[in-house]
Design a protein around this ligand. Structure first.
Ligand code: NAP
Length: 293
């Protein structure tokens, strides 16, 4: 029997717990946790993500602030905006929606966010702690996947996990979490990328496959062993004139042919994307609790 790893169900459970915690805080006269997001320019997908983050903050009772900057904004202006949020005692979490325009250094922006407010977990200080197994902000997408595994009680110990993709925001931190000595870790992890020649053979060995490469329907049925757990991180907009918006969202896994072989699989949409927001909200509450005087 294949289990659909439903991100709606799992994220609703996380959000309900956050809402209860937030209500308790505000009932005790405390202010609500506050997330500040900066959006540079008007990339369609980024607009959607940020709007969804803001909406989800509202749903759990958090405060949110959205700062919009023009796509030609000077790097110094963006860095100043971040510094202002760093200094603001009423802002708990800060994120800059990526990607940002090419004339701005992504690395400088990531390092400008104070580690205590780094709810995306991209600061080298947060990444270093993650690698060392210390408490930190876990990047939202890998964190969301871990919450998903927890919600559906997927055993990871001793399993061979194959992670496709080594980006700083998904593949790399995911490989670290799955290999770490913790409840939903203790996997043997293989991390694959565009220089991996025998990807299919490696995938066929995976008890758990995390596909995070950004190539629509890349993972086919003949790459997946029977009973595997498949986590599809991919989100690609594929043109489709019959769709209302003119595009459809595709994952990195050919769902209809792969799903029947699996023991559990995430749908796209309705899977990891929703859990990513849940991870971000949890990080924001954590930042709030840690930053209270
Ligand atoms: P990325 O920065 O473009 O990284 C893609 C990774 O996949 C790279 O490491 C790349 O290898 C590897 N790769 C590309 N083509 C490959 C191939 N043919 N075979 C093996 N490896 C290959 O992408 P990302 O930011 O990690 O995002 C990956 C996907 O997840 C995208 O579709 C993105 O939209 C989606 N995403 C979803 C969420 C969510 O909330 N669900 C969040 C973030 C991202 P090299 O390093 O060698 O180039």
């Amino acid at each position: 029997m294949m289990v659909l790893l439903d991100g709606k169900k799992a994220s609703a459970a996380v959000k309900e717990a956050l809402q209860v915690q937030t209500q308790a805080l505000t009932a005790a006269g405390k202010r609500a946790p506050h997330l500040a997001a900066i959006l540079v320019g008007n990339n369609g997908a980024s607009e959607t993500y940020v709007a969804s983050k803001v909406k989800n903050c509202e749903e759990v009772g958090f405060r949110s602030t959205l700062i919009r900057l023009e796509s030609d904004v000077a790097e110094s202006v963006l860095l100043e905006a971040i510094e202002k949020l760093n200094q603001d005692p009423e802002v708990d979490g800060i994120l800059v929606q990526l990607p940002i325009p090419k004339h701005i250094s992504e690395q400088k922006v990531i390092e400008a966010i104070h580690p205590a407010k780094d709810v995306d977990g991209f600061h080298p200080s947060s990444v270093g702690k993650l690698v060392q197994g210390l408490p930190t902000f876990i990047p939202a997408t890998p964190y969301g996947i871990m919450l998903m595994l927890e919600h559906f009680d997927i055993e990871t110990r001793g399993k061979h996990a194959v992670v496709i993709g080594r980006s700083n925001i998904v593949g790399r931190p995911m490989s670290i979490l799955l290999s770490s000595n913790q409840k939903r870790g203790n996997c043997t992890v293989t991390i694959c990328h565009s220089h991996t020649p025998n990807l299919k053979e490696i995938c066929l060995q995976g008890d758990i496959i995390v596909a995070a490469l950004g190539r629509p329907e890349f993972v086919k049925a003949d790459m997946v062993k029977v009973g595997a757990v498949v986590i599809d991180v991919g989100i690609t907009r594929v043109d489709d004139a019959t769709a209302k918006k003119g595009f459809r969202i595709k994952g990195d896994v050919a769902f209809s042919e792969v799903a029947p072989k699996t023991s559990a699989i995430t749908p796209v949409p309705g899977g990891v994307g929703l859990m990513t927001i849940a991870g971000l909200l949890k990080n924001t509450l954590q930042a709030y609790l840690q930053n209270q005087p």
